[in-house]
Write a protein that binds this ligand. Structure first.
Ligand SMILES: Nc1ncnc2c1ncn2[C@@H]1O[C@H](COP(=O)(O)OP(=O)(O)O)[C@@H](O)[C@H]1O
Ligand SMILES: [Mg+2]
Length: 372
């Protein structure tokens, strides 16, 4: 076969708290991308949001090479339809074309990467890109809106309320009372739009609750307060566009009291059980729910769908859907596919194919009505 070599821009780093996770995801992806098949352009995004390219940019963001930002070429895309060129920005602001990009692979987690903002700018330029579009990304990112969409689709989620910083300023007493009406303690408080367990607290009493909502409100204008479940945590990987498939389920055994930031990234003693030791019928039910949730938010490419399963009653709740889950070789998302029969390298290939497929589909839409 004589494939034309495709140009792939891989985006990593970024402005969110998950910058380092993204660098690790990118390292794994680079390891399986064949240079015979792809012309690979690494695009590292600094904590400040500056886009840089250069052969050493990944190592630079990891702090592994002695270099400075000005050693790399600043790059940008234009949000102009049909212009899929990556431009270098010279010191005087002049743009120089670097490459025409066939597919963008945004390996970015959290804010400005996974939340629809980047996806919006890529849509404006008409790019093919890996992962969900604007809507799926934004709804997947917003834990409050996501839960409402699940409820509308009769997918079980934990009872919760949303309060704003303004509500808190207006009457903290009322907010606390309303929260205590959700369920008996423990309650969980979380920022509506964040990840990696940042700003999340388990609250055992009113004073914890007060602290928890104050903490969450530092990270977002909107705070979610939920019934706390003494839960097993089951996760499923979903892959595809219009006809998504679900992997077998896995289970997380957090080493902390819940799957906190430290348990995820610092202690590193949390365990992944693959497959999750659950009843085969339940496994099938969860796989169906995962696919339905994915379709409900018009997701594309990939997502990891996370469940809470009450240890006592066995009741299951969909907790969240991550449209760009951790993607290192040892992350849950690819591990579940591996256990379902799809290797990491093939998974990366499929994601690129899905990105192209989605662009072809999108290109069939007309944007100006010419009359009949
Ligand atoms: N309602 C809840 N009941 C019990 N544990 C919860 C609840 N909500 C969150 N958790 C715990 O907190 C962790 C992080 O919450 P999650 O909603 O998944 O946010 P993030 O996007 O930061 O991963 C979960 O993996 C789980 O351990
Ligand atoms: Mg989570």
């Amino acid at each position: 076969m004589n494939h034309k070599k495709m140009t792939l821009a891989v985006l990593f780093g970024g402005r969110s708290g998950e910058h380092e996770v993204s660098l690790n995801s990118a390292r794994s992806v680079f390891a399986v991308l064949s240079p015979e098949r792809y012309n690979i352009i690494p695009v590292g995004i600094t904590h400040q949001g500056v886009w840089l390219t250069g052969s050493q940019v990944h190592a630079y963001l990891l702090g592994e090479v002695n270099a400075k930002e000005s050693d790399f070429t600043r790059v940008t895309f234009l949000s102009e339809p049909g212009n899929q060129t990556l431009y270098g920005i010279a010191g005087d602001g002049k743009l120089t074309p670097i490459a025409d990009v066939d597919v963008v692979f945004p390996l970015l987690h959290g804010t400005f990467g996974e939340d629809g903002t980047l996806q919006g700018s890529l849509e404006m330029g008409g790019f093919a890109y890996v992962g969900a579009g604007v809507l799926g990304s934004a709804v997947g990112m917003d834990k409050a809106l996501f839960k409402d969409v699940m409820r509308a689709n009769r997918i079980p989620v934990v009872p919760s309320i949303v309060v704003t910083r303004k509500d808190m300023r207006h009457s903290l007493e009322q907010v606390l009372n309303e929260a205590e009406n959700i369920a008996p303690y423990p309650l969980f408080t979380k920022p509506a739009n964040l990840g990696s367990s940042v700003g999340i607290s388990k609250c055992r009493n009113r004073s914890d609750l007060l602290e928890g909502i104050m903490e969450a409100a530092r990270f977002d204008r909107r705070v979610l307060i939920e019934k706390g479940i003494d839960a097993r945590e089951i996760e499923i990987s979903v892959l595809g566009n219009e006809h998504p498939r679900a992997s077998i389920p896995g289970e997380i055994i957090p080493c902390d009291e819940f799957y906190s930031y430290d348990a995820k990234y610092i202690d590193g003693d949390s365990e992944l059980l693959i497959p999750a030791p659950i009843d085969p019928d339940l496994s099938e039910t969860l796989r169906d729910i995962a696919v339905n949730a994915y379709k409900a938010i018009d997701c594309a490419g990939l997502a990891r769908v996370d469940f809470l399963m009450d240890k006592k009653t066995g009741e299951v709740y969909l907790n969240e859907l991550n449209t760009m889950p951790g993607f290192t070789q040892i992350s849950m998302y690819p591990k579940l596919w591996e256990a379902t029969g799809l290797s990491y390298a093939d998974l990366v290939q499929q994601l690129i194919d899905l990105a192209l497929d989605r662009k072809n589909e999108r290109d069939q839409t007309i944007y100006q009505y010419q009359g009949s």
